[in-house]
Design a protein. Structure first.
Length: 94
């Protein structure tokens, strides 16, 4: 795990995705920013990158799986919740 304490890598993957979707920052730059800020080791970096790349790669497929299961659409400010659901769906389908 990270140097100082155990880090929730799924949370960090969502932070990477939020940087991508909210600010328009490239995925590689968003990943580098989060990895550097949290001083992740190589194994943790690989997992955070794999999760964020996977959600982006399968974004429309995962959205197609999730949208019919939501009773109502999420608000714009709930994008982090939607990304967390997509991340969970990605992990379950891969």
């Amino acid at each position: 795990m990270s140097k100082s304490k155990q880090t929730n890598l799924r949370y960090l993957a969502i932070q990477i995705l939020l940087l991508l979707f909210k600010t328009g920052q490239s995925l590689n730059l968003a990943q580098a920013d989060v990895v550097q800020r949290h001083q992740l080791n190589a194994i943790d970096t690989a997992l955070a990158k794999a999760l964020s790349f996977g959600v982006v790669r399968h974004y429309f497929y995962l959205g197609g799986l999730i949208r019919p299961l939501l009773k109502k659409s999420l608000k714009t400010e709930d994008q982090d919740v939607y990304l967390a659901i997509l991340l969970g769906a990605f992990q379950l389908t891969q």
